[in-house]
Write a protein that binds this ligand. Structure first.
Ligand code: SAM
Length: 230
């Protein structure tokens, strides 16, 4: 990580109120792809890491049961909460958490939650999303984060981010070496497969921006848990 978590949090606190203005076409294309690829079912719980002002969380919420957003910047989280209230979206919650310590122990059960959860499944997460943020971590830190996400056992992880499809080029948009540490698509693919995911889609938005969809290979425990066929 080129800057500490505190430095990144302070940077985003400062820009939080203007963050949503003047995003690039590629940012919007990437965010739209993350939302499209997440495609939650009505009873799914979604965890959006580095949620920022809630672009992904708020777009996904109408299709999911609950969406939980985590971020390190209080300013960005306040904007996300304000937008949720303005839009009347009640099945989202935002709080502090990092990629490597998401502080996730399940969504709060509220009256708006349509699917009552059995206590043993309270910390379940079906889909993890993240957009335009993991490039702040170094490659070993990204691996740690991907392992933490895999341990939550989502069936799918959709990552939109700055990533290199070719040679890194700081003269091209999206890569600022003084604050960013993007990975190559190959390094991310290896980290996903080493964590037990299968990479099921690679979408190139720009030579330095893409969306990866990783799906979890079913484990023996999943097979044991599956209801027996009649
Ligand atoms: C460029 S914004 C993206 C926000 C949002 N996902 C979006 O698509 O608009 C990057 C976000 O990552 C957050 N962030 C940076 N490092 C983080 C970390 N280690 N853990 C969690 N969030 C982090 C920042 O606070 C900021 O809100």
């Amino acid at each position: 990580m080129k800057k500490s978590i505190e430095e990144h949090a302070a940077r985003f606190d400062e820009k939080a109120t203007e963050y949503d203005e003047s995003k690039s076409d590629e940012y919007h294309a990437c965010a739209n792809l993350v939302v499209e690829r997440a495609a939650p079912a009505a009873d799914d719980v979604v965890l959006d890491l580095a949620t920022g002002t809630g672009a992904i969380a708020l777009a996904i919420a109408p299709d999911a049961d609950r969406v939980v957003g985590r971020d390190i910047s209080e300013g960005m989280l306040e904007e996300a909460e304000r937008k949720a209230a303005d839009k009347g979206i009640e099945n989202v919650e935002f709080d502090h958490g990092t990629f490597r310590e998401p502080e996730y122990d399940g969504p709060a059960d509220t009256e708006s939650s349509e699917t009552p959860r059995a206590p043993t499944r309270s910390a379940r997460v079906d889909i993890v999303t993240s957009n335009f943020a993991m490039h702040h971590l170094s490659d070993p830190e990204k691996r740690e984060a991907i392992d933490v996400i895999a341990d939550l056992e989502p069936r799918k992880f959709v990552l939109g981010d700055v990533m290199f499809f070719g040679e890194p080029d700081p003269d091209e948009p999206f890569y600022s070496p003084e604050v960013d540490d993007p990975a190559t698509v190959g390094a991310l693919a290896d980290a996903f497969t080493d964590a037990g995911f299968s990479l099921t889609a690679v979408e190139r938005v720009h030579d330095q921006v893409g969306v990866l969809v990783a799906e979890r290979c079913p484990t023996a425990a999943d097979v044991d848990e599956a209801p027996a066929e009649e």
